[in-house]
Write a protein that binds this ligand. Structure first.
Ligand code: SAH
Length: 327
């Protein structure tokens, strides 16, 4: 199976590079040791984010860390825990980041510009594997609805769920303005899967797994939503030196493509991890496809290089993947 490049980063050189970068990115003046100014999200590349550690996330992490969230960013809007069941696999700090930026979601030149630029490629990837007209699709972690709307425009019957309230409101308004029928709900994937197991022809979950405490468990819930013979489409970021340099140093600090603190290197996911979790959830891997960014033309394109951003396609064994219309 084609799996992404997983740079086997070695030894002291990398540790040194990482240390220097971490200090630089923290804004510490390396010669004077002066403290950094406060940043937008205030998050940082954690010094313990060892570039060569095999497992970046922890299987013992709590599913919700609200206490930690308030400690880190007391000024962040409070996450409405009461709206979400205790079993939700969520980091309230992440939700707060997306809440704070919600109004900018559909600004093609704003903080979500990369999502707008990626979207035609994601659509192309999905459309090549699933006839969209009439397909029943759930877009998990839909945010402001960039992909949900595009899928609905292509004829799919789409519902989007997310745990951030303001982006969902933005999504609803935008769908109204665009005259596209999409249903949006503030609901956790756990709650939705409990009531709608096996209900969807396809599940899409883009740029979300790297924002949750337990992506492995999330994958299990996503798989439950897929009907036998149905499909799961994911996108996330690989974890290696190249993705650290491009997705964090490059995109957040050098090119300013996304706000600093958007991503946490430790939560990036290797294709092999994704494949393992999906296998554990009873899914079969069909494809990994990379998304490459050309810094000169500043354009994304589908590629064989899964080293940084990549898309994944899985199917749930069972009935034919694409039953003929009317079947
Ligand atoms: N999938 C969309 C948005 C990606 S941004 C797109 O690619 O266009 C990540 C989204 O995941 C945000 O809207 C955030 O609120 C949402 N999110 C983060 N943790 C979540 C969780 N545990 N459950 C559902 N949504 C979550």
């Amino acid at each position: 199976m084609p799996e992404g490049s997983e740079a086997s980063d070695s030894g002291c050189v990398l540790a040194l590079v990482e240390g220097l970068l971490a200090a630089r990115l923290e804004g510490v003046n390396l010669s004077t040791g002066a403290a950094p100014p406060e940043r937008f999200f205030g998050s940082k590349i954690r010094p313990q984010a060892g570039l060569k550690t095999g497992r970046a996330y922890s299987e013992t992490e709590p599913l919700v860390y609200s206490a930690a969230c308030r400690k880190i960013r007391p000024q962040m809007p409070r996450f409405r825990e009461s709206r979400v069941s205790a079993t939700a696999n969520v980091d309230p700090y992440e939700i707060a980041k997306f809440e704070a930026l919600a109004e900018r979601w559909w600004d093609p030149h704003g903080e979500f510009k990369p999502l707008h630029e990626l979207n035609p490629l994601r659509l192309e990837f999905i459309r090549a594997r699933l006839p969209l007209p009439g397909a029943r699709i759930i877009d998990v972690g839909c945010g402001g609805g960039i992909l949900s709307e595009a899928l609905a425009k292509a004829g799919a019957d789409v519902i989007g769920i997310d745990l951030a309230e303001t982006p969902l409101r933005v999504a609803e308004l935008h769908a109204l303005e665009s005259n596209v029928a999409v249903r949006y709900r503030l609901e956790s994937v756990e709650d939705h899967a409990a009531a709608n197991a096996g209900h969807y022809d396809a599940v899409t979950c883009m740029e979300l797994l790297e924002h949750v405490p337990r992506p492995d468990l999330m994958l299990g819930r996503l798989a439950e939503l897929v009907r036998p013979g149905g499909q799961l489409f994911l996108s996330t970021l690989n974890r290696n030196l190249k993705s650290f340099l491009l997705a964090i140093v490059g995109a957040e600090y050098v090119l300013g493509l996304v706000p600093r603190g958007t991503h946490d290197y430790e939560r990036f996911i290797r294709p092999s991890e994704l494949a393992r979790w999906a296998r554990g959830a009873g899914l079969t891997l069909r494809a990994f496809t990379g998304i490459s960014f050309d810094p000169l033309t500043r354009q994304f394109r589908l590629s064989r290089d899964t080293g940084v951003n990549y898309l994944a396609h899985f199917v749930r064994p069972g009935a034919p993947a694409n039953p003929p219309a009317g079947a």
